[in-house]
Ligand binder design. Structure first.
Ligand SMILES: [Zn+2]
Length: 409
């Protein structure tokens, strides 16, 4: 048997390890203070015990302080195994925090206690992001157990605060420990994917959230001539904003969907009764914009549409931006990380990888903003944030094999 075969075999025997690690990870509720939790410290301590047992060469804690949690610490762990060539590190970054269980009525079991159902491991965080945590650990453990030195350094990073903005997590790491990460390093974030494990996400769209507040004049609904109906103006504006699809119609087949989107979403309640004409109407637009366009040009077009509606209905319209995030430059589709991961996927899973861009919002964007080539990948059932969230043992083992193949390549 060659090294790769030995490691693949070793990982295949790790079913019980996956179950044990999931059981312990699920039982530690790592919720951010924004979600009413006490942070990730206990989970970080548990992961650290596994890292110690595997025998990592270096383990560093790069903690962010946060007065809101009892430990005062939001933990980030960075662990390394030295490779033959120590000038490059292959990183796997996963996150320790989870989202709340949500409506308990919708769960068939206790969200914070592992339920094993054949290949399914059910519990909050099982998929998002315990599967990612476990894959990286298993791949590193298999190499260590077989006494194989990887070609490059193996780096595992476990971060806090991914679900609520990454300020205390990856953002903190990049701000205070940027030197840990080299320009030639490879960054894999196993935190999204598809059921076949084929898609390698290299790019995101820009995100623009807009709040429109329309101001008219209130009056009795039987005498509309005495007021100005903000609801009608808002409804008209909502439809007018569909013009954005024509104005910014560029297509790029790498993205799913392959065009920019401009969707009216939330609408706030206006008047409480049917026979009053509302003076105020508020709604929101969620825009996911291809990086080919600047946010300024989209905002200018929106301002033009708003102005025409203000004139037509004699209303005042205020615009504000709850979120405005310009997409980072995509990771090149021929970047070393993409080619190495694609080769490992082909070798282990016998499927042809597809390179994609998505609507936005993964932690990999922070790496890209810092000029580091990162990809998001995983074989997942897409149950994250849902009731009865689960991960498959078979996917976890195979994704660990892909990472191990990458560590050996
Ligand atoms: Zn996640």
């Amino acid at each position: 048997m060659n090294e790769l075969e030995k490691v693949m075999k070793r990982i295949e025997t790790c079913r019980e390890t996956v179950i044990e690690w999931q059981k312990n990870l699920i039982a530690i509720k790592a919720l951010a203070p924004e979600s009413g939790g006490d942070g990730e410290i206990d989970k970080a301590r548990y992961v650290r015990t596994i890292l110690d047992k595997i025998g990592f060469d270096e383990i560093r804690e790069i903690n962010a302080s946060d007065e809101r949690v009892s430990s005062k610490i939001r933990p980030n762990l960075v662990a390394k195994i030295a490779g033959e060539n120590q000038h490059r590190t292959v990183w796997v970054l996963s996150h320790l925090d989870v989202v709340p269980a949500g409506d308990l009525q919708l769960w068939q079991s206790d969200p914070f206690e592992l339920t094993v159902d054949g290949d399914k491991l059910i519990g909050r965080g099982a998929e998002d992001n315990h599967q990612g945590i476990i894959c990286g650990l298993l791949a590193a453990k298999a190499l260590r157990d077989e006494n194989i030195v990887p070609k490059y350094n193996i780096g595992l990073a476990f971060v806090a605060d991914e679900e609520t903005g990454s300020k205390y997590g990856l953002e903190h790491l990049l701000k205070t420990a940027r030197h840990e990460f080299g320009e030639d390093d490879l960054f894999i974030v196993p935190d999204a994917g598809d059921p076949a494990g084929r898609t390698i996400e290299v790019a995101e769209k820009s995100i623009l959230w807009i709040k429109f507040a329309i101001k008219g004049v209130q009056c009795h609904a039987s005498t509309p001539q005495l007021g100005i109906n903000a609801h009608r103006a808002a409804a008209f504006l909502t439809v007018e904003l569909d013009k954005l699809y024509e104005l910014f119609a560029l297509r790029d087949e790498m993205y799913d969907p392959p065009y920019s989107t401009f969707e009216p979403t939330k609408r706030e309640a206006n008047v409480g009764n049917i026979n009053t004409i509302p003076a105020r109407d508020i709604f929101y637009l969620d825009c996911r914009i291809l990086p080919h366009y600047s946010l300024d040009e989209v905002e200018r077009a929106i301002a033009g549409i708003v102005e025409s509606v203000e004139k037509k209905f004699n209303v005042e319209i205020d615009i504000s931006f709850p979120q405005r995030a310009k997409a980072a430059l995509p990771t090149a589709s021929n970047a070393a990380v993409v080619e190495a991961l694609a080769a490992a996927i082909r070798a282990v899973k016998s499927v042809e990888p597809v390179i994609i861009g998505i609507g936005g919002g993964t932690v990999a964007a922070h790496f890209r903003q810092a000029g580091l080539a990162a990809v998001v990948w995983g074989t997942i059932e897409d149950t994250c944030h849902q009731p009865n969230e689960y991960a498959l043992i078979s996917n976890t083992l195979q994704d660990a094999q892909v990472l191990a193949a990458l560590f050996l390549s």
